[in-house]
Design a protein. Structure first.
Length: 178
């Protein structure tokens, strides 16, 4: 069994902007937790969970059928899940909704469709908030550079969990049409 998901990798410029935002938040010391390592920053388009090799092969075949053109995506805003009990700090991304719907449609016989897709990249996981109001006010006041980039491919990935953090491996790369 492998823990799998479908994702977009991010260009260096986008990762650098996310690191800048992480550093600004880190300096405030509002919480204890873990910031996502730069090499692990990605957009999860669909989480598949623990699946066996047979199901992985089915997913590989189904994803190959996606006929979607390359598209523009853009960083949007910084936010949290959830305001009452902060667990995740994220940066949202515009533009991946059509790909997500297409993936959901192709995999509908194997996996439940997403009830509500919120296109975001997790930049920190919060263990304990020290100053909740200050953290929420700070996040609300933050802005992110609206970097646009072209998405030309997506990936089926495997996630291995270790005490130091997850390690992501590409299982298969899928090119979008030019």
């Amino acid at each position: 069994m492998k823990r799998c998901f479908v994702a977009l990798d991010l260009p260096r410029e986008v990762i650098n902007e996310m690191r800048r935002v992480q550093e600004l938040i880190k300096k405030q010391n509002f919480f204890t937790g873990k910031f996502t390592e730069p090499e692990n920053l990605h957009l999860t388009v669909k989480f598949l969970g623990e699946i066996d090799n047979e199901k992985i092969n089915q997913v590989r075949r189904m994803l190959k059928e996606i006929k979607l053109s390359s598209f523009d995506s853009e960083l949007a805003e910084v936010g949290v899940f959830s305001k009452s009990f902060v667990k995740i700090i994220w940066i949202s991304l515009k533009g991946a909704e059509e790909l997500q719907k297409e993936i959901d449609d192709k995999l509908k016989d194997l996996f439940e469709p997403e009830k509500r897709f919120m296109s975001h990249i997790t930049i920190a996981r919060v263990k304990r908030v020290k100053k909740k109001k200050e953290l929420l006010d700070y996040i609300d006041g933050m802005s992110v550079k609206k970097i646009k980039f072209l998405v030309e491919k997506f990936f089926l990935k495997e996630s291995e969990l270790f005490p130091e953090g997850p390690v992501y491996k590409d299982i298969k790369e899928y090119e979008l049409e030019k």
